[in-house]
Design a protein around this ligand. Structure first.
Ligand code: GLN
Length: 456
């Protein structure tokens, strides 16, 4: 893995920080010592795990892709990272992202653009593009990302890997740099559903450092990852699958739609009943998401004042110290979102924007609940297209935001969703992968992973 990583990294640029090989190997040697001492090893023993750079690591920089945090080293590990290490995982480096998770391509990183391993002239998706590309190019075994509106699922789709956004509250957000706190979730990437599930199992569960982390038990879903050859011929008999009609409609690439239809047929072969289901409020998700996400982010990002964290410009007055540090430290996408969020939250506009978006959020949550009463899982594309060219949407933020239509509703509803490769469209040297999204009931990651494992 390390050799392949060193060889591929100059072209892919998945990582913002890579410790030298000795530091990585030292973590492995630490496991050797445990073996010699007769200690039991955890399920991640020796597994190389890459970590998105908005997740805190005490022994490596954590910048969230922002100049304002350049060189910043947190004094602690995020709970998810701590658990990975306790179970034997080896953190191989910190991956690139759109600054503070704001974007869908990694082009909004203050430091570099990551290339898609399937075609290096294309984006890997985002914001967790570095974590997705690293798994796709086998620079690591699994990786951690974060998903506020699709940032794990859309890059998984673009890079042809598995990505999982857990139920809100399933994984502790302690040590995840906040973008929009009511939507943020740490998620997992792997090259198979089983790998992804093992990583989720390692990091899930209550954490006293995150008041929104759930006390619900984490079921032992690892037993579902049996060899598929040992299963009966219709292993998903009786499962009700709902294909969300609004997601295979206008504006979605024809090649993506045919890959999803082929996936639906595959579900039928596995014994499922597949029906189209309508979520009439689906298209409201995008405007509601962008109002809520930018509002919450404008509040969350106020902590970067040049004093408590990160870079500071020198100034004679306190106000110009704050203003100067923020003007210099934040990139243009982040500034635009702070402005939009501040506007949406301001006294005269609060009812018209923020409050209405919250009302829409309730409608969306209820419509998913209803659809999941009639169906065991819902399916849709993970994105309306396959990976596009670097630069193609860079100067058209609305076109980029529109690409999040498939994923944002799931965050608004707080539900878990799994993305896995289901086909290809033409493009690049070898075709471009298309991702299928499976959406399940809250805290039922077990069913998503079982179904995903059998499907794949
Ligand atoms: N692309 C979306 C945004 O920019 C989602 C990002 C995310 O999930 N972090 O807000």
């Amino acid at each position: 893995y390390l050799t392949r990583l060193r060889l591929s990294e100059p072209q892919l640029r998945s990582f913002l920080h890579l410790p030298d090989d000795d530091a990585v190997l030292a973590q492995a040697r630490h496991l050797d010592a445990k073996i010699s001492a007769g200690e039991e090893l955890g399920p991640l023993a020796g597994v190389l795990v890459a970590v998105k750079d908005n997740i805190c690591t005490a022994d490596m920089p954590s910048t969230a892709g922002s100049r304002i945090l350049e060189g910043y080293r947190p004094p602690f590990d995020a709970t998810a990272v701590k658990r990975v290490k306790e179970l034997g995982g080896i953190v191989v480096g910190k991956t690139n992202l759109d600054e503070f998770g704001m974007g869908s391509t990694t082009e909004a990183s203050a430091f570099q653009v990551t290339a898609n391993p399937w075609d290096v002239s294309r984006v890997p998706g985002g914001s967790s593009g570095g974590s997705a590309a690293a798994v796709s190019a086998r620079q690591c075994v699994v990786s951690l990302g974060s998903d506020t509106g699709g940032s794990v699922r859309q890059p998984a789709s673009f890079c042809g890997v598995v990505g999982l956004k857990p139920t809100y509250g399933r994984v502790s957000r302690f040590g995840l740099m906040a973008y929009a706190s009511s939507l943020d979730a740490i998620g997992c990437f792997g090259s198979s559903v089983a790998d992804t599930g093992i990583l989720l199992h390692s990091i899930a569960g209550h954490d006293r450092f995150d008041a929104t982390s759930s006390k619900q038990d984490v079921s032992n879903f690892l037993s579902h990852f049996v060899p598929v050859s040992s299963l009966e011929s219709k292993p998903l008999k009786g499962l009700r699958v709902g294909l969300i009609r609004e997601t295979i409609d206008n504006g979605v690439d024809a090649g993506v739609i045919s890959a999803i239809r082929a996936a639906a047929l595959h579900f039928e072969e596995l014994g499922c009943s597949v029906n189209e289901v309508s979520l009439p409020s689906f298209s409201l998700g995008l405007p509601a998401y962008y109002i809520l996400a930018v509002s919450e982010s404008s509040s969350n990002l106020s902590r970067y004042d040049g004093i408590r964290y990160g870079n500071q410009v020198h100034a004679d007055e306190l106000d110009s110290l704050y203003g100067g540090s923020r003007a210099k430290g934040f990139g243009s996408e982040v500034k635009m979102r702070i402005l939009m969020g501040t506007y949406a939250l301001s006294a005269g506009y609060y009812d018209a924007y923020y409050k209405r978006a919250q009302q829409v959020r309730t409608i969306i949550r209820n419509s998913f609940k209803e659809a999941l009463n009639q169906n065991d899982i819902l399916i849709s594309p993970a994105a309306p297209s396959a990976a596009y060219k670097i630069g193609e949407k860079k100067n058209d933020p609305l076109a980029m935001y529109a690409g999040d239509i498939m994923t944002v509703n799931v965050n608004l509803a707080g539900l878990p969703a799994l993305v896995l490769p289901c086909g290809f469209v033409e493009g690049g040297p070898a075709g471009l992968p298309v991702g299928l999204q499976l959406i399940g009931a809250a805290f039922d990651e077990e069913q998503l992973l079982r179904v995903g494992h059998i499907f794949e």
